[in-house]
Design a binder for this molecule. Sequence first.
Ligand code: SAH
Length: 226
Amino acid sequence: MTSPASASDGFEIPRLRMVERLRDHYKIADARVLAAMNTIPRHHFVPDGLRSQAYKDNALPIAAGQTISQPFIVARMTELLELKGSERVLEVGAGSGYQSAILATLARKVYAVERIESLAKSALAKLRAIGLNNVSLRFDDGTNGWPVYAPFDGILVAAGGPEVPKPLLEQLEIGGRLIVPVGVDKKQQDLIRVTRTETGFKQENCGPCAFVPLIGKHGWAEAENS
Ligand code: SAH
């Protein structure tokens, strides 16, 4: 587990308030997730002009028309993975790199895929700048997964598609968990958790959510992105 030092960065108080809100209002109970959210400097992953808003209770715009997810959804998805520290995790839709940083703090190794090259480059630079070296990040269509490193103990998808991408099911380890927003409406999804068992897959609906579209071979077609 890596712990980037974020002491005395001037955001200790808003960051602690964010964590208290996650614990008390949103009922995030996993102490490791709360500790990671209290460690990673979220302001480092938002555009410079939005730094003062980095610890607020909402998603924020990043480059290329994408968003950094609301802290609650980052915490919730991470909690649903039930990471203990030894896992290899695939992340689809790295965006700003903030969720990757949380995962890298809680798992052994993170393989992150982002379909927009400029975001992938910026996310990787930000992760390296805070000393997180256990993330491999490439730009590609993450609906295909990352077959050479499969199977994964956890897979987290941060964009919403019309169905669970089949390659991701195939790349899940037995006992592993896949968290993915799924919805036929492009702007609204249900957060689905799929657990691979010895004999098949168990699926749970973890409630409504709203993500940017998952665009790719096993997601929405690019032209439909409206
Ligand atoms: N967890 C990120 C969320 C970013 S928004 C954060 O908090 O910053 C979702 C991201 O998914 C966007 O950056 C978008 O470009 C990316 N995305 C959408 N479809 C994708 C695909 N098929 N493969 C990889 N990334 C994808």
